[in-house]
Design a protein. Structure first.
Length: 286
C-alpha cells in the first residue's frame, strides 16, 4: 500500500471509525496542532535555494614598477620556506605546500625564485550550500589595443618543456577548488579536493578577439589605450554539496618567473594578464 501522510507527525491522537470522540481528546489534538504550527520544524518546510555569484578579480599594477617583485600580492609562493619569513625562522612550517596537485611539466616542487605562485581565496558557509559553476578568465589586450600591456599568448617559447614543441599551447596554469577538513581546518594536507583543472591546454578556450567594426565606438575619449579584449575563458560546470560550517578555498597557480623552459608568462608571470573569477553557489533560504 502506498504511503499516505498521517496526522501522528502533528498529534498522537488518532480519530477513526468505531472509536469514541470526546471533548478532551479533541482539545488535546488541537493543542498539539497549535504547538506544531507555532514552531514549524525545519523538516516540514521545503528548502528553497537561491543562487549567489561571488566575483573576484585582480588587475596588476604598472608593469614598469621599479620594484615588481615586491608588488605582486596576493600572489604568494606555492612553497612555504624561510624566504617567506621576516625575522627568525620558526622551528617548523605548518603547511610547506599551500595546495595539492599544482606541479607542471619541467617544474618541480621548488622554492624561492623557482617556486610557482598561488592566489588563495577562502569562503565560509555557515549553512549547507551547493557550488554549481566556476568560471576562470585570463584577460589580455586584443589586437586593436593601442598600448598593449597584457600580452600573454599562452604558448611555449624557443626552449619548451620536455615533450612539447616551440609555439605549442601551454599547459602550465591550473586552479583547484578544495574544502578544509572539519577536524583539522588549518592543515592543508587534510583538505578535500572537489574540483581541479590541471595540465589542461590553457588556450583551448580562447575568447574571441575579433576587432570592433568601424564606426563602432570604443571608449571616450578616443585616445584611451583600450581595444577589444582577448584571452582565455575556462568554465567548469560542477555540482558540489557543502556541509554546514564549510570553509572553501579557491587557488589559482601560475608558473615561476625563473624556469627551465621558455614561455609567454615571462619573468613576471602575474603581470602578463588580468585575472577574473566567478563562482555560483546555491544557498539555502528558509
Amino acid at each position: 500500500m502506498a504511503y499516505r501522510p498521517h496526522p501522528r507527525h502533528i498529534t498522537n491522537e488518532q480519530f477513526s471509525d468505531n472509536t469514541t470522540v470526546d471533548g478532551s481528546r479533541i482539545d488535546s489534538a488541537m493543542e498539539s496542532v497549535e504547538r506544531h504550527f507555532n514552531n514549524v520544524p525545519q523538516g516540514d518546510i521545503r528548502s528553497k535555494w537561491v543562487p549567489t555569484t561571488y566575483v573576484m578579480s585582480w588587475i596588476p599594477n604598472n608593469p614598469l614598477d621599479p620594484n615588481p617583485l615586491t608588488h605582486r600580492f596576493p600572489w604568494l609562493q606555492a612553497v612555504n620556506d624561510s624566504s617567506m619569513v621576516t625575522g627568525i625562522d620558526p622551528d617548523t612550517f605548518s603547511n610547506p605546500l599551500r595546495v595539492k596537485g599544482f606541479e607542471i611539466p619541467d617544474v618541480g616542487i621548488d622554492i624561492g625564485q623557482n617556486s610557482q605562485f598561488q592566489w588563495d581565496t577562502a569562503f565560509a558557509f555557515e549553512r549547507p550550500a551547493i557550488i554549481t559553476s566556476l568560471d576562470v578568465m585570463l584577460i589580455i589586450d586584443g589586437a586593436g589595443a593601442i598600448l598593449p600591456t597584457y600580452r600573454n599568448s599562452f604558448e611555449y617559447g624557443a626552449n619548451p618543456p620536455h615533450g612539447f614543441s616551440s609555439g605549442e599551447r601551454s599547459k602550465d596554469f591550473n586552479f583547484c577548488l578544495h574544502v578544509d577538513s572539519p577536524t583539522g581546518p588549518e592543515d592543508r594536507q587534510l583538505n578535500d579536493i572537489e574540483s581541479i583543472r590541471h595540465a589542461f591546454t590553457v588556450k583551448a578556450s580562447s575568447i574571441s578577439n575579433v576587432p570592433h567594426a568601424a564606426p563602432f565606438p570604443d571608449f571616450s575619449p578616443a585616445g584611451f589605450p583600450g581595444g577589444p579584449i582577448a584571452g582565455v575563458y575556462e568554465p567548469v560546470n560542477i555540482d558540489i554539496p557543502l556541509h554546514r560550517n564549510s570553509r572553501v578555498r579557491l587557488d589559482l597557480t601560475i608558473p615561476p618567473f625563473v624556469t627551465t623552459y621558455d614561455s609567454s608568462w615571462g619573468n613576471l608571470p602575474w603581470y602578463m594578464q588580468q585575472f577574473h573569477v566567478s563562482m555560483t553557489v546555491l544557498e539555502e533560504l528558509v
